[in-house]
Structures are given as structure tokens and as C-alpha cells.
Design a protein around this ligand. Structure first.
Ligand SMILES: [Zn+2]
Length: 455
């Protein structure tokens, strides 16, 4: 058993090493790696591999169907293997004029460090390395074997991660995994998410003629693409958000009693969100457990954008020949994107909308980790020591990510722990990490590594 004195030593080591890992973070942030613009991707993969090697790990750059993936490995005392899933790509820095310092240059102001990707996700790469170094320094070796899988397409939806994990099962085989994000919520309490909704993102398109027409000529005799699309969309969902596609809910797994227990304990953010967005009311439940369940355990059908005809200033009497809608479905276990596309096609056909074309733009399966897994419990216990409070556990979050291949193909429990906080401004200008939360995230990660080696 690792005693408190040893943990205190690890904490001291983290403090002593802090500047070194801030330097590593500065090097990572200085290398742009914007996947949406294919900017600096290969050089950043090289840099990550170089840094892993400097830190004493083996590292190779493994090609994928998209951007290269950095895979690393470090032997430990115990063959039990802990996998770190991370990403080296970042969101575009634009709009540049809103940055108070250059986005690709780590800048310290007060207790915060600023740069694009400094929290999402380069700060997590540096924090994992800082935690591993401190544990290794104090214990003399790594207590468990560690693997890294650091991809370069997370910010564009990880389109190749499922395939990559399937193709490299052996290389990535492990017993548990720490996810790419984590940290504290708006109250400063550590928070962990144990699942992600899936996504099925489609474009719906209607063409009714080979060119736009004068609305006086065609208005009473031509079909209108915009109307046609709106009428098709109107069959998909009722005004309360209930999706009307036949069989849409048949694979929806309701939350378990344990899920509800954790949801019940999590803070109720219904008031804060309603105020933040200036909402009059929510679609269904207005607060409490029912609201929390509805927010993440129900699938959605969201019209993300509608395009047709004339949208400029003033009026243009035109009858549009084409109309498109971007629609995303957030999926819950055990729905699949393939199933939803099939049901959507059948639904449109049955309602006489055979002419509405569907193009699948993005797909990710939902996934959930067992909240009673010992590794989850270990992560919660490790946080108590660092944050002096109980971790808030979100059994599933509303967003999507490539969790499914890790849970289903590798079969590992996945936890989150990290350096994020409510003002991190990930994806936005002036992205930053707060040094106090940065150090806490490292301390928490170090405890997870040390305890996992003992488990
Ligand atoms: Zn991100």
C-alpha cells in the first residue's frame, strides 16, 4: 500500500517539476495543430512523439485513414496496463482579434496560462506526463504499464478512431483508460463523466426543379423545395421534443438506479442554464431529477441549420428549387447511427417524402462505463484526497466523443480526470489553464496511476 507520506512526496515532486512541465506545455502550444485547417498536424505528431521519448517512453507515429496517431508505451512493475487517450489537434484560433496574447504562444497572466489548446488537450498531455514522472521518481519505477494513444482528429469528430482501435487492438490492449478531459465544475468540485451520447448527423436535401423560378410564375403551380423540406421536417418531431420516427425509441436503455443516484447527487443546473440562455421554459421537466434525466438520457432530433431561397436584405420574390437542412440526432445507449439513418429513410418514404435525400455527415455510437467498476471507484477515492470533496459523477454527458471503441472494442473502463475548469474557454479565444487546477489535476492523475498499480 502506498501511504500518505509517499503521496506527500509525490505531491512535492510535482511542485518541484512544475516548471519543466510548463515548458513542455509551451513547446506543445507553440506548434499549431489545427485539424479543421490541416495546419501543423504532422509536425505536432512528431513533437508529441519526441516529448514522449524525452520522458522515457517508447513512441511511434502510426498512420490512420486520416491524421497520424501517436502511440506510446512505458513498462511498469506491474503488467497491468493503463491507457491514456488524448489528442494533439486543436480548434482553429479564429477570431484572432479577440485573443489578448498570440494564440500559439504560451503566455502567463496572473495565475493563468493562455494559448490555443492549452486546456483542450495539450494541458492534459503535459499533466499526464507530469503525473507519471512524479510517481516514477518517488517509487523508483512506474507501478503499472502505461500506454498512450494520442490522436489528431478529435476536434473534427474523430472520424477514424473506431477503425484505428479495431485495427490496433493488440497495440492498445489495456486494463483501464483515462479519458482526454476532466477537471472541476463551476463550483470547483471535481467532476467525472462515465458516458457520452452518440451522434448521427445528416443533411436532408430536396430539389424540386432545375432552377429557381419567379414566384409569380411558379407560386401557384410549381412545387416549392423550401415548403417540401419544412413539411418533411415537421413529421420528425412534436413540439415537446418527442421524436415521431417509427421505432426510434426501441433501443433506448433507460438510466439504471445507480445512474439516477449519481444524477440526483449532481448539482441542479436548470436555473443557471435558463438564466444564461434567457429561456422562458424548458421543453419538458423544468428542474430536478426528471430534468437531469431528460437532458442526457433522452435522444434528440435537432435542426442545426436550414438553407433555401433568398436570405439577404429586403425582398426577392423567388421560388427556390433547392432546400437543405442539417439535422443532428444525439443518441443514447443502445441506439446506433446506422439504425437511425435506416429508420429515418423508412419514415420519410412512408410519409411520401421519397424525394428527400439523406447524406450522413458524421456518426458516433453512444457509450457508457459501468459506474460500479472498481477503477471508477478508485478514481473517486483518489479525488477525495486532492480536492477534499466527493467527485460529482455524471453517468453520461450530452455531448459525443469516440468513447465507444474503447468501451466495446478494448473493453476497458474509462474515467475522466484532468485540468479543466469552468473558465477554461476551450474552443474559444483566450483558452487557459488555472495553475491551481493544473496542479490538482496532476496530483489526482498521479494518485490514480499509483493506486491502479496496487489494485
Ligand atoms: Zn475540444
Amino acid at each position: 500500500m502506498i501511504d500518505n507520506a509517499t503521496y506527500a512526496q509525490i505531491d512535492r515532486r510535482i511542485e518541484e517539476n512544475l516548471d519543466r512541465y510548463i515548458d513542455i506545455l509551451a513547446r506543445l502550444c507553440a506548434q499549431p495543430s489545427v485539424s479543421a485547417q490541416h495546419l501543423g498536424i504532422e509536425p505536432c505528431a512528431e513533437l508529441v512523439a519526441t516529448i514522449l521519448r524525452e520522458e522515457g517512453f517508447e513512441a511511434e507515429i502510426v498512420p490512420s485513414a486520416g491524421n497520424p496517431v501517436v502511440v506510446g508505451r512505458g513498462e511498469g512493475r506491474n503488467p497491468k496496463t493503463l491507457l491514456m487517450y488524448l489528442h494533439y489537434d486543436v480548434q482553429p484560433a479564429e477570431p484572432l482579434e479577440l485573443w489578448e496574447s498570440p494564440p500559439f504562444e504560451l503566455t502567463r497572466r496572473g495565475n493563468r496560462l493562455y494559448a490555443r489548446g492549452i486546456s483542450d488537450d495539450k494541458g492534459h498531455i503535459a499533466a499526464r506526463l507530469a503525473a507519471l514522472a512524479a510517481v516514477r521518481d518517488v517509487l523508483g519505477e512506474l507501478p503499472c504499464t502505461v500506454k498512450f494513444v494520442i490522436e489528431g482528429e478529435e476536434e473534427i469528430g474523430s472520424p477514424n478512431m473506431q477503425r484505428f482501435v479495431e485495427d490496433h487492438r493488440e497495440l492498445l490492449a489495456s486494463d483501464a483508460c483515462i479519458w482526454e478531459f476532466g477537471g472541476v465544475n463551476v463550483y470547483g468540485d471535481p467532476e467525472m463523466s462515465l458516458g457520452m451520447r452518440g451522434i448521427c448527423y445528416v443533411e436532408l436535401k430536396v430539389s424540386t426543379a432545375n432552377r429557381d423560378a419567379h414566384s409569380g410564375l411558379g407560386g401557384s403551380i410549381f412545387p416549392n423545395a423550401a415548403w417540401r423540406l419544412v413539411q418533411a421536417l415537421n413529421t420528425l418531431r412534436d413540439e415537446n421534443g418527442r421524436i415521431l420516427i417509427d421505432g426510434f425509441y426501441e433501443n433506448v436503455r433507460p438510466p439504471s438506479p445507480r445512474d439516477c443516484e449519481y444524477l440526483d447527487r449532481a448539482p441542479d443546473e436548470s436555473g443557471v442554464l435558463r438564466e444564461m440562455y434567457g429561456l422562458q421554459r424548458y421543453l419538458g421537466a423544468q428542474s430536478g431529477l426528471e430534468w437531469k434525466i431528460q437532458a442526457v438520457f433522452e435522444p434528440t432530433c435537432t435542426v442545426c441549420g436550414l438553407t433555401s431561397g433568398y436570405q439577404g436584405p429586403g425582398s426577392k420574390t423567388v421560388l427556390p428549387a433547392e432546400a437543405t437542412a442539417k439535422v443532428d440526432f444525439r443518441l443514447v445507449p443502445d441506439q446506433t447511427p446506422e439504425e437511425v439513418v435506416g429508420k429515418l429513410r423508412a419514415h420519410l418514404d412512408r410519409h411520401g417524402f421519397e424525394d428527400v435525400a439523406i447524406t450522413l455527415l458524421a456518426a458516433q455510437r453512444p457509450a457508457k462505463v459501468d459506474p460500479d467498476d472498481p477503477f471508477v471507484q478508485l478514481t473517486i477515492a483518489a479525488a477525495r484526497d486532492v480536492y477534499d470533496t466527493e467527485m460529482v459523477v455524471q453517468p453520461i454527458i450530452g455531448g459525443s466523443g469516440p468513447l465507444y471503441p474503447f468501451v466495446s472494442v478494448l473493453g476497458v473502463p474509462v474515467v475522466s480526470a484532468g485540468v479543466g475548469y469552468s473558465d477554461s474557454r476551450a474552443h474559444a479565444p483566450n483558452e487557459n489553464v488555472d495553475l491551481d487546477y493544473f496542479v490538482k489535476g496532476i496530483r489526482h492523475t498521479a494518485r490514480i496511476i499509483a493506486a491502479f498499480g496496487e489494485q
